[in-house]
Design a protein around this ligand. Structure first.
Ligand code: DC
Length: 229
């Protein structure tokens, strides 16, 4: 697929869930005054919209139409981004495990990925975009001048998730989370459509032993080296 040649600076950040992409991307976008694309949210929105409309995941034409036309908005209010589906704030429902499971199913369908391509590219507006996902550097913005592949050990990513769940009052065993993370990696990396993998020209950064501030500093150092900041 041909890459889009956009004059807007795009920073593509990919990697497995729990590697710290979301936090890094939001901070980086705010620091640089760039727009932010949370591409995972688009797959989550599509899964949710399809379920609400009773569209089966084997009804590809209907899913494609929905992917191209679903009415979604990202509204930034100070630090918080509210996500609206047909005018309704679905931010909370979007982050549940159940919606994540719907998203990971629709994300395996090439017709859906194709239908969401243009919507993702439309986020690239001046002065720049920080794009967060699994295939930002390999497919959606394959000509991005900076690609980062953020990763962390399965153990560390599970421990981060464990901490988040404990903070929400949910006590799931750490061993079960490690197993879940491994299974999800396996599925994301081995699917046929846009499998998760670093772009050949991506800078790989392992965040297992780094704090959020250290990850941010490393990325700013890379930007400075590339004379992009
Ligand atoms: O990053 P996330 O957990 O919100 O992503 C939800 C699902 O969508 C997850 O199963 C991976 C998939 N996804 C994808 O296939 N490609 C992207 N660019 C972003 C997310």
């Amino acid at each position: 697929m041909a890459a889009e040649h956009s004059p807007v600076t795009v920073i593509a950040i990919d990697g497995p869930s729990g590697a710290g992409k979301g936090t890094l991307c939001r901070r980086l976008a705010s620091r640089l005054g760039y727009h932010y694309l949370d591409s995972g949210a688009l797959y989550r929105l599509l899964g949710l919209a399809a379920r609400r409309r009773g569209i089966d995941f084997d009804n590809l034409p209907a899913l494609q139409v929905l992917a191209e036309h679903m009415d979604i908005q990202f509204k930034t209010d100070q630090d918080r981004v509210a996500v609206l589906l047909e005018g309704e704030d679905v931010s909370r429902e979007l982050r549940t495990e159940q919606t994540g499971a719907l998203a990971s199913q629709v994300a395996t369908l090439p017709a859906v990925r194709e239908a969401l391509l243009q919507r993702q590219r439309d986020f690239a507006r001046a002065p720049g975009l920080v794009a967060d996902g699994r295939d930002m550097g390999t497919v959606v913005f394959s000509d991005a001048p900076l690609k980062i592949y953020l990763t962390a050990s399965a153990q560390e990513r599970a421990a981060r998730r464990h901490k988040e769940l404990l903070a929400k009052g949910e006590n799931v065993s750490l061993a079960a989370l490690v197993e879940q993370v491994r299974l999800r990696d396996e599925r994301d990396m081995n699917r046929d459509a846009s499998p998760l993998r670093p772009a050949a020209d991506a800078v790989q950064l392992d965040t297992s032993d780094l704090s959020v501030d250290e990850v941010m500093e490393s990325v700013l150092a890379i930007l400075a080296l590339k004379k992009m900041a």
